[in-house]
Design a protein around this ligand. Structure first.
Ligand code: FMN
Length: 178
């Protein structure tokens, strides 16, 4: 079974999490990890399962404007944020816009601030909605992983990501048997 992890990331936390999730999936699957601005249609075609994640910006998926805001934050005098290089100028939103139909099993994840969900929102809900509109089928509930303030996975979140990756692979198998 081949899984493709597609991620968006401005400060690197969602990238780190995507790698942790991939290591869990690798227990039972072949896995590639790819940025949202470099997704290749052939790789998507070849994948049996998509695992798709992004940071939460303004309660949902990033936009050009929110990515610009993120980039601005790194130049604040007291900022200790670093941008992923090369900086992502396109995110999942743009990738979804480019897709016509995508009838694949998937699971969605996000990173978000460590505050009550009602206050933060969660981009994984939007990812789920957009992929379902394209004909994709969710194998597991969307999952959020927490960062400390703006970036940096909280302690234990990478391990939880790895375990979630294993869970996604199991859920995929169960879905396929039905
Ligand atoms: C412009 C901007 C808006 C944000 N809005 C939210 C938000 O509405 N809810 C939230 O939980 N986190 C919010 N955050 C924090 C991000 O979720 C956090 O920076 C992200 O999870 C880090 O992932 P990354 O390192 O992969 O970019 C925001 C961050 C930025 C830069």
């Amino acid at each position: 079974m081949k899984a493709l992890v597609v991620f968006e990331s401005m400060f690197g936390s969602t990238h780190e999490l995507a790698n942790a999730i991939a290591s869990g999936l690798r227990e039972t699957c072949d896995v590639d990890v790819v940025r949202a601005d470099a997704v290749d249609a052939i790789a998507v075609d070849a994948a049996d399962l998509l695992v798709v994640g992004a940071p939460t910006h303004a309660h949902t998926l990033s936009t050009e404007a929110s990515r610009h805001d993120a980039a601005t934050m790194t130049s604040d005098a007291d900022g200790d944020l670093d941008l992923e290089e090369p900086v992502m100028t396109q995110g999942l939103r743009e990738w979804f816009d480019s897709l016509e139909h995508l009838a694949k099993p998937f699971a969605a994840f996000d990173t978000r601030s460590d505050m009550p969900r009602l206050l933060t929102g969660a981009s994984s809900k939007r990812i789920e909605r957009e992929l379902r509109k394209k004909g994709a089928v969710s194998v597991l509930q969307p999952e959020s992983f927490l960062v400390t303030r703006f970036a940096g996975l909280k302690d234990g979140e990478a391990e939880r990501g790895r375990a979630w990756g294993e869970q996604v692979a199991l859920a995929f198998r169960t879905t396929m048997k039905r």
